[in-house]
Design a binder for this molecule. Structure first.
Ligand code: KG4
Ligand code: ZN
Length: 336
């Protein structure tokens, strides 16, 4: 008999549902909330209301597209955290109610672990141990992955996440939220001719808030001399910013590989969709002699397929959750 898992993702502004049948993603539905686009960031109250509007439709779509019935489900996996409390609560409550009605188990999933486990959806899959640079809108971490459920955070940001550096700098440039994909697109036609500082944090930790401020001061200075500076040089500014962020990220990855002796290296999370980072990692494969793993684009940004996949690893070990659990906006990756 097949194991069929419904994955539900609602940690931020995307409502996602996905069906995993044994080892195959049979459907992966995401409804992205465009209401935040011109508001400069995700508005938590709006996000949770949109999740409530979307979730039934998105789950039904995932079930229909997979050509299964609700009664075929073996378990429901959902994002317990980290994320926005109101957004998480919608997914958590929905998963609990639906599982209770169907008398099937629920499986809590850590969103950041799921980003990493997205690497196991398609071939080739990394073998253990490997290092994963997990870069999203809220987190930036270097994780040593010793097994599907055995992860240790070796370094993380002490202030802003890499995605925030893209988004906040993009805001200064007048780009819509989230600015990361726009900067990526614009950078492709620009030259990285401006130099920005690379703030340092101790050990394998990162710091991005100084870069954001440096970009702001740089733009204010240049705009004083030329009011059209941003519009005339947008592609070059984006290329310079992207190249600085990619430098900061990959320099720490090289350090982590040297310290641990691990030469299998992966990226995950929304910023792993960045073409500059993907190209750089492939270049590093040759230069550093690394084996590199990069998820398919649909599995980089927030999606429910990764939640279903993470759920499968726990299902195999019967790691089910109690129905009295609640969302945890600050859920951490806890080393075993
Ligand atoms: O993982 P994710 O979808 O959501 C969180 O868990 O935060 O990551 C969202 C972040 C945003 O900051 C967005 O700007 C960034 O990922 N992002 C990108 C690209 N696509 C998404 N950043 C740079 N280049 C991209 N192509
Ligand atoms: Zn995410």
């Amino acid at each position: 008999m097949s194991t069929i898992i419904l994955g539900i993702e609602s940690s931020c502004d995307d409502t996602g549902a996905s069906i995993l049948i044994d080892d195959k993603i049979a459907s992966n539905v995401v409804s992205s909330q465009i209401v935040h686009k011109n508001l400069g960031g995700v508005v938590p109250e709006l996000a949770s209301r949109k999740h409530i509007e979307n979730i039934i439709y998105v789950v039904n779509q995932a079930i229909d597209q997979a050509q299964i019935k609700k009664s075929d489900l073996s378990a429901i996996a959902f994002t317990r955290g980290p994320g926005l409390m109101g957004s998480l609560l919608v997914g958590v409550s929905f998963a609990k109610s639906m599982a209770a009605a169907l008398s099937i188990p629920i499986i809590e999933v850590n969103h950041m672990e799921a980003h990493i486990l997205a690497l196991f959806i398609d071939e080739p899959r990394p073998s253990f141990p490997f290092l994963c640079l997990t870069v999203s809108g809220g987190h930036t971490q270097i994780v040593q992955v010793n097994g599907p459920l055995e992860m240790e955070v070796l370094g993380k940001t002490i202030d802003d996440a890499a995605g925030e550096a893209f988004d906040k700098a993009g805001k200064y440039l007048g780009l819509p939220y989230p600015a990361g994909p726009h900067i990526d697109r614009l950078a492709q036609t620009g030259q990285a001719k401006y130099t920005f500082p690379k703030p340092q944090a101790g050990g394998l930790n990162f710091s991005f808030s100084g870069l954001k401020t440096a970009v702001l001061y740089f733009l204010q200075r240049e705009m004083k001399n030329n009011n059209e500076f941003i519009s005339e040089n947008l592609a070059d500014i984006c290329a310079s910013l992207q190249s600085t962020i990619v430098d900061i990220l990959t320099e720490k990855l090289v350090e982590a590989s040297a310290i641990t002796g691990i030469r299998s290296v992966a990226i995950a999370g929304g910023v792993s969709a960045n073409s500059g980072l993907r190209t750089r990692l492939n270049d590093m494969a040759e230069k550093e002699g690394w084996k590199v793993y990069i998820p398919k684009l649909a599995y980089c940004v927030d999606n429910a397929a990764m939640i279903a996949k993470a759920g499968q690893f726990k299902y195999e070990k019967k790691l089910f959750s109690n129905f009295d659990l609640t969302a945890d906006p600050r859920l951490k990756i806890v080393s075993p």
